[in-house]
Every structure is written in C-alpha cells, then in structure tokens.
Design a binder for this molecule. Structure first.
Ligand code: T6T
Length: 333
C-alpha cells in the first residue's frame, strides 16, 4: 500500500476512534443509521474472548454501534459454522469473527460476504491471512486484527530458554490442534527461534490436546515419564498452558520443569505467583475487540481501513506481576 493510502487509512481509524472517545454524535447517529456489528468468538467461555468482547463493547458504546456477541461452547468449526449461518440470516452490517479453522471457515464466510456483510477476522485468520491481495480464494475479508503470533512464539522461546539456563535440555510445545492460524504460528515461531538461537535446546514432538486442559496435563505427565530429563514446556494457548502447568504440578516437578504460558487469565497469573509458571505472554484481546469495531465502523461509514492491524503483548512474570500497568493486561473472566 502506498504511504498516502496508509496515512489516509490510519487517519480514518483515528478519526473514528476520537469521535467516539469525545462522545460526539457519530456519523451513524447523524444519518440516523445505527450499525449492527456481530462478534463471533472462537468460543464464548474463554477469558481471552470475554476480554475481547469488553474492548469491542467499549468501542461500540463510543461509536453508537449495536454489538451482538454470539458464539459456541467449543473451539471447533463444526460448532462455529451453524452460529455463523444463523448470524448471516440476521443480516448484521459487519461480522467480526475468530475463525476456528484456516480452511473450514472459508466457504461459510464467503456466504456472509456474498450477502453484503462486511467480514473482518479477529485473532485468527482464514487462508494465509493476506487479505485483499488478489491471491488465493480466501483473501476476501477486509482486515485481520490480531497479535503477531509468530513473534509471540519467538518471545515464548526466549523466555523458556532464559528460564532453563545455559545447560539447555529437552522441551516441547503443548498445542491445540493443527489448522488454527494463531497456535500454528506460535509453534512455528517458537521452533524457529529455538533452532536459530538456542542450539542446546531440543524440541520434542508437539502434543495436541484439542483445547482440553485435562488432556494437556496428562500429556505432560506422559512426556515426563518418557523423558525424566524434561526441562520445559510451552503452552501455546490458555488451555494448553493451564493444563501443562497442572501436569507439572501433578508430576511433582514445580520449578524443575519450566512453564511458559501463552495467554494470561487469572489462573495463570496465580500460577506465576506460586512459581509453577515462569512467564505468560499476555495478548491484548481488548485492543483486538476495540479496533475490530472501530475498523468495521470506519468501513461502514466510507473510510478505507488498514488490511492488517497488529496488537501488542505484555510479558508477565514474578518481577512485574504486581505492577498495575502490567496487571491491567490480565484477562477478564
Ligand atoms: O490464545 C487464544 C487465541 O488467541 C487462540 O486463537 C485460541 O486460544 C485462545 O483463545 C486462548 O484459549
């Protein structure tokens, strides 16, 4: 994108946001149109998406947008697609969605686009995530708003290497299942960083837990039974990390097997305080939700919008966990 278009796009976002923050009448209010934006999370009960919803609601309140939050009880395309179909039938102006699979949500989301609904993906992407590029058959969403998950995986690798120390040793990734853009990218970033910069660390085979913390805990114990010299584990999302930590505790290895968590619900923060988890890579889900709604609003009111917005991270460990500027990134439950 040319510099001028980038500036125009950013100006659109900033203008929309500042109109809302100043509580001035929005363009939608002026024209009498109240836009409806739907947010479809990966699953409704996950603290990550609960926090994203709060950010989305803050932007919706500021801009006079009607926000509808609808999702399923599991992170699973079989569960998510009927929720999406039902939402398309309600004809919102825009859908913000965290697609639960890179390929299985492509055709269901095309139906939304064909129905004239603006589609923006938040957290996860479909296809390659390179939208509006004219490449592939899944580039039609208008924007992707998320953490840089490859970078997050690299940050987790560095934190785990620091926790383990110079001697190195065996570690593994506790992950959800292949086909989820976020967790696939975290694993790829983690492995690339280990390979490039930490030759004394051996990354064992990934254990997939289907987003089930109990399964992740059992897997930790099984990996430890096969590798009594296991030094660490990277839990690539909230449930993987919670389960891996529980597994370390159940194996009586607290402090010996280091744990780096992706995501920061209160339970993980408690585990940092107790010494079970060494660090958490906290995403900023409220920021994702906020800019998701702002982007949808900007598009609906005729502004061009950035095709991708990268949101931040905060690394939480025992040294900063009490700092209010850090604690504000702990997820809502
Ligand atoms: O890590 C988040 C999210 O980014 C990922 O796509 C799925 O898992 C979480 O929702 C945490 O459970």
């Amino acid at each position: 994108m040319e510099r001028r278009s980038i500036l125009k796009a950013v100006a659109g976002i900033v203008t929309a946001a500042s109109i809302g923050l100043a509580a001035m009448p929005s363009q939608a209010a002026d024209s009498g149109k109240k836009y409806t934006v739907a947010l479809i999370p990966g699953l409704t009960t996950d603290a990550f998406y609960i926090t994203m919803r709060k950010g989305a609601q803050a932007a919706a309140d500021a801009l006079g947008v009607n926000l509808v939050f609808q999702g399923g009880p599991e992170f699973n395309p079989v569960v998510q697609v009927p929720v999406l179909d039902a939402m398309i039938a309600r004809k919102p102006d825009a859908i913000l969605i965290a697609p639960t699979d890179t390929t299985q949500l492509v055709e269901p989301l095309r139906k939304a686009k064909d129905a004239g609904i603006a589609v923006i993906t938040v957290d996860t992407f479909i296809g390659t995530g390179k939208y509006q590029s004219g490449a592939g058959d899944a580039d039609f969403p208008l924007a992707y708003i998320a953490s840089d998950n490859v970078l997050g995986g690299r940050m987790a690798a560095r934190a785990l290497a620091t926790a383990i120390g110079d001697a190195g040793g065996k570690v593994y990734v506790s992950n959800v299942k292949p086909g989820i853009s976020t967790t696939d990218q975290r694993e790829a970033g983690f492995k690339a960083e280990m390979k490039e910069n930490f030759p004394k660390i051996t990354v064992l085979e990934t254990q997939f837990n289907e987003n089930d913390a109990n399964k992740a805990a059992s897997q930790l114990q099984a990996v430890f039974a096969r590798n009594s010299d296991l030094k660490g584990v990277f839990g690539a999302n909230l449930f993987s990390a919670l389960g891996a930590g529980n597994g370390v505790q159940q194996a009586g290895q607290t402090g010996n097997v280091k744990v780096i968590a992706f995501d920061a619900p209160g339970s993980i923060v408690d585990n940092i305080k107790s010494g079970l988890v060494d660090a958490a890579i906290a995403q900023h889900p409220a920021e994702i939700g906020y800019y998701g709604v702002v982007s949808a609003y900007a598009h609906l009111t005729g502004q061009s919008i950035p095709v991708a917005i990268g949101t931040g991270f905060t690394v939480i460990d025992k040294n900063n966990v009490a700092d209010p500027n850090v604690a504000k990134y702990v997820y809502s439950e």
